[in-house]
Every structure is written in structure tokens, then in C-alpha cells.
Design a protein around this ligand. Sequence first.
Ligand code: BGC
Length: 469
Amino acid sequence: MFPCDFAWGAGTAAYQIEGGWQADSKGPSIWDTFCHKKGKVFGDQTGDVACNSYELWEKDLECIQQLGLTHYRLSLAWARLLPDGSTGHVNQKGVQYYNKVIDDLLACNVSPMLTLYHFDLPQALQDQGGWKSPSIATVFDSYAQFCFQTFGDRVKLWITINEPYVCAKLGHEDGIHAPGLKEPGIAAYVVGHNMLRAHAMAWHSYNSLYRPKQKGAVSLAINSDWLDPLHPDCAEDIAAAERYFAFTLGWFAWPVFVTGDYPEIMRSAIDAQSKKLGYSGDSRLPSFSKDEPAVLGTADFFALNYYTSRKVKAREACEQVLCMKSDRDAEEVLDPSWPICGVSWLAVVPHGLKKLLKYIKDTFNNPAVYITENGFSQVGPLQIEDDQRSEFYKDTIFEVAKAIGEDGVNIRGYFAWSLLDNFEWSDGFSVRFGLFHVDFSDAKLTRAMYHSGREYAKIISKYKSNQSG
Ligand code: BGC
């Protein structure tokens, strides 16, 4: 039931694993700055060393081989390649590092999927306004072109930006991710807009300048929960779930896959709230300019990051303050029957993935889909024999198989998050998503396979032999 060229992968992100934050002339990123401030991250931990993959890449490669992966998703640290973010100054050591990673993967028959941006903007660009500044889009496009030019002879799967929703909301509305801005109701919409513009420009550059020769595929990774109305017969809850979808998945997928513009429900909710609160001026949700490369059609596949599901209900009372929550005007509820794993937000709902995949097929015109992230975390005391996580992977992959077999979703690959225990953003090292345990108390940062890793390896080997047979 899995196609013979199905991608069996796992993913990581540069800041979460590489360490070497100043090694070989790397420039600082916004996550370096954020973590070095007190009180931002659990235990004031940082990614200064993390899994030290900058020096221990070969150990990661051994893990990849032990799992039998066909694909590995990693991100490039923009400031490792271009220390001040601009192509005016290239750090050759950074280029060498990623060249080695890519070449080693290919030598082991593993295809790389490269993410250009996974939350770690060069600090020098943040100092010029970061993602709030319209000029960031062309700067990103130059960086993307540099990467296509440098690595695109060997890399065929590209993600421009990982989870624009998370960067925009957690980084610029809630202030719990770098750059730590709290500018509710305004900045996140501007950031999301500039991310879409940047993505679209990079896709067009690839399409016209690199695709003819390199023949790869480019998308952006969109995170989404599955959302059901709390009371399926209640019109207010149904409308609330639709609004919630519009403010998360729709915010980024609608412009790219459906109309070239934001979902109408999103814009009207934001504008109605502006009016109610006496906010004058242009819509807080920016508009796409006809003079720039179109955003519609700028994804060669749908890259989905799925972790959990929610029930959604209409809100009883809405705060009279400018913020995304009041614009969205819908409240999420956890179903008490869903087990929680590790972190409070992550309810284990594998069947939600099947529903979401069908929804994507129906709403976005049956795109090819890669599940670019999906995982289950644990917090201490850690279990190497993590049976619950093993079950999770079995159940989830079974749901993926059903989405292909029963619903006909065109799923091209599945990437577990994550290859290694790593720096889990504001949770530091307290939350572990790895298929491999990393001993952060030991200078060698030894990697050891969890039971869930063994289970995933078994699943891969079973399906790979069915596929080839
Ligand atoms: C991010 C990862 C993160 C994971 C688990 C996603 O939002 O892309 O970097 O580790 O979720 O929280």
C-alpha cells in the first residue's frame, strides 16, 4: 500500500542539534541571542552545544543507517553559511560542512530533504527588522538561490520555511520563541505575510533558474492540528472550528494552494474585530501586491507537520484587546480520553492525522503530500524501553497506510520527528522527541537507540521489503 518510492525519513533542525554556535566563523542567530538572555528557556539552557552534530555528524549518520532511512530531513543554519545573512560574505567552512553531510548521505543511499529556514534567522538580519521588514523577502530569496546553486545538484527536495505559523505567532505575538517579540494582533500577520512573500520568491527562482537542470521539488512546511467542533451539531462550534482552521492551516495553505490570498473568514474576522475595537487604518492582515511574484501555485507538494488534535468551541466571552486569540474567537479543548505525552499540548491522536490528510486532499486539490514531521515526546524519568512511543509510531503509520488505501491520499513520505533527542526550543532539553537517546550529561553526547527507534526501523524494513517485492 505504500508506493515503492515512499520516503521513510526522520528530521532534525540545525539549531536543535548542531551546537558549534560560534565555530569556524558562524554568525549568531536570533536563537543564540534569545537563549543567552536569562529566563527565556527552561533552566536557561541553550543550543550552544546541543547534540554537537557540527562535530559528531558521523555519529548521526550511523543512527540514520541503523534506522534504515531512505530520507533524512535537516535544516541549514543560515548564519553558518552566510554569517551576516547576506550573500556578500560566504563562510566556506559552513559550505564544507553541509557538503560533507549531503555527500555522506548520498553515499549511504539516503536522500536529503533540506530546509532553508527552521526558526534561526541571522541576528544581523533581525537587527535590520527581521521578518517584520518587507525587504527580508528578497534577502531570503538571495540566500535560497545561493543554496540551490551550491547544493541543488545533489538535493532534490527542498523546504523553504518551516512552520511560518510558529515563527509568526510564538516569536512575534506570544514572545516565547526568538526573537521574543510581544506585539499582539499586528506583528504576526506582517511576519506571516513576509514569510509567504519570501517563500514565493524563492519558489519562483527555483522554478525558472534551477528546476530545468536540477529537477527537484520545493514547498514550505505547514503545521496543523486536526480540529473537530466540540459539539458536532452545534452551528457555533462548527463555525469556530472553521475559523480556527482558517487562522492556522488556512493562513498559509490557502494563499499557496487555493486562491493566492488569505481565507476570507480570516480577513473578515480580523477586520470585524478591528472595527469593534476602534482600530483605524488599513487591515491588520496585509494584502499581496500584484507587482510581486504570485504566491498561488508555489508548492510542488504539501509538506505537513502534524502532532496532535483538538476539539474547538465558540468562545463564551471574548477579551476586548487586540490579539490573534480574540480575532480567531474560537477556543480549543482537549478531549480527556486522549492520552497526553510528555508536554501538555501533545495529546496522542493518530486517527486525527488520517482525517487531516483527507481534509488536505479534498481542500487543496489532491496534492502530493509529505508528512515532514510527526512525533511523540517524553519527559523524565526517561525510558529507553519506551513502549508507549513505539505503539504511537505503529498506530500512526497504520493511519497513514489507511489514508492511502481507504481515502486515496497521495502520500509520498513520512518523516518522524526527531532523529535525536535535541534542544526543544523553550523547553530546552527537558522534552525529548528522539528515536535516539542523547546523553547530555556526558561530554561524548553518546547516542543510543530507543525501543521506538527499533520499532520504526522494523516498520521501515517490513514495508521496504514489501515495496520491492
Ligand atoms: C518544530 C520542531 C519541534 C517540534 C516539536 C515543530 O513545531 O518544527 O522544531 O521540535 O515541533 O515541538
